[in-house]
Design a protein around this ligand. Structure first.
Ligand code: UDP
Ligand code: MG
Length: 339
């Protein structure tokens, strides 16, 4: 068995380098707002340097954009903030882009932030203060409320979290988003998790350490449209569920046991009717209902088991999670202690 690693020495300790922060921004067709976002990030970097002596870099991960995102990112000025541009060989999805950013981050602490302006850089100051001033390792944001969302969607979200956290030792906080800050040791821990099917919210909570929740209202998108349709969200939920919990399998077993018990009781009642009362039991309708119930439940459960087998297959193939087509680093100034 793999032994746990000691990460305790990584927090700006004895061989201390300049305290730093890597801001990881996955971008997929975000040409419309990238320049404006970069200006806000440069301002954030200046503030953090003044207040905490933090040296910042921003890592833009271009997730196979089809528009001008990459060429705009290449030309962003490295004024007061180092700029890394990591361009993936195709669109691998946000979770893979986040991992690519984490792998390229060189500053220790890592801040994940969307590239569409929904995650306000100004709020990042607050996240940093919870890390540096209060000593939290994982500072995550969560939607303060979902009042503006349809009732059906809210119910779906609630049941998703109930299911995924059923019996979990480390529950995934409800409504947590991907806007989150990890201290150097938390980022190092996250990098050690080897799975290919990544569900960042879950992984960032699973690593433990001192976690802190900040409630916020996401801003409207600065431009363009969200790529996360209902279908994709359902896909992500199934992904999260099957990576993090065996609750669906447990439900399958429970349902199986219940059905078996029901069938047994029904059988007993039939025996009772024929032997004690001498009635002949009408068969066809009840037979059909029983068969269809059992058939339906069985197919559903085979589907659930199939999800897990698919997951095992993709972990077993152990393919790389992304490929980098192009990587550039522009430094704002001399960097002490960069790898
Ligand atoms: N994104 C990405 N790859 C994708 C889809 C999205 O890197 O395949 C990025 C996108 O550019 C944005 C962030 O992930 O910075 C969140 O995406 P989006 O705004 O579409 O999702 P939502 O905010 O609706 O959850
Ligand atoms: Mg968005």
């Amino acid at each position: 068995m793999k032994m746990g690693s000691d990460l305790s020495g990584l927090n700006a300790g004895a061989n201390s380098v300049a305290l730093g922060l890597s801001i990881v921004v996955p971008v997929f067709n975000e040409a419309g707002g990238l320049q404006a976002l970069h200006e806000r990030l440069a301002a954030l970097s200046a503030t953090l340097r003044k207040r905490y002596g933090l040296v910042c870099e921003v890592v833009y991960v271009d997730d196979g954009s089809a528009d001008a995102t990459l060429s705009i990112a290449r030309d962003l000025p490295a004024d007061g903030i180092d700029v890394q541009v990591v361009s993936l060989s195709r669109n691998f999805g946000k979770e893979a882009a986040l991992l690519a950013g984490l792998d390229h981050a060189r500053r220790g602490a890592v801040l994940f932030m969307d590239g569409d302006g929904q995650h306000a850089p100004e709020l990042a100051e607050k996240l940093v203060s919870h890390w540096i001033d209060d000593g939290y390792d994982v500072v995550y944001t969560a939607k303060a409320h979902r009042d503006n969302e349809p009732r059906l969607r809210r119910a779906a979200v609630r049941s998703f979290y109930a299911l995924i956290n059923w019996g979990a030792r480390q529950p995934i906080p409800e409504d947590a988003g991907d806007f989150r800050l990890l201290s150097p040791r938390a980022a190092a821990a996250l990098k050690q998790l080897p799975e290919r099917n990544r569900f960042f919210k879950g992984l960032a909570s699973w690593i433990g350490f001192r976690q802190f929740r900040v409630d916020y209202e996401p801003e409207p998108r600065s431009h363009g449209f969200s790529t996360f349709s209902t279908g994709r969200l359902i896909g992500l939920s199934i992904e999260g569920l099957t990576s993090f919990s065996v609750a669906p399998l447990r439900i399958a077993s429970l349902l199986g046991a219940l059905l078996a018990l029901g069938a047994f009781l029904f059988g007993l009642s039939i025996l009772w009717e024929t032997w004690a009362n001498g009635k002949s039991v009408p068969g066809y309708p009840s037979l059909m209902v029983g068969m269809m119930t059992i058939g339906g439940v069985q197919l559903l459960m085979i589907g659930i088991v199939g999800e897990y087998i698919g997951k095992i297959l993709s972990e077993l193939k152990a393919r790389p999670i992304y490929f980098v087509a192009e990587h550039s680093v522009r430094q704002a100034g001399p960097i002490e202690g960069a790898a």
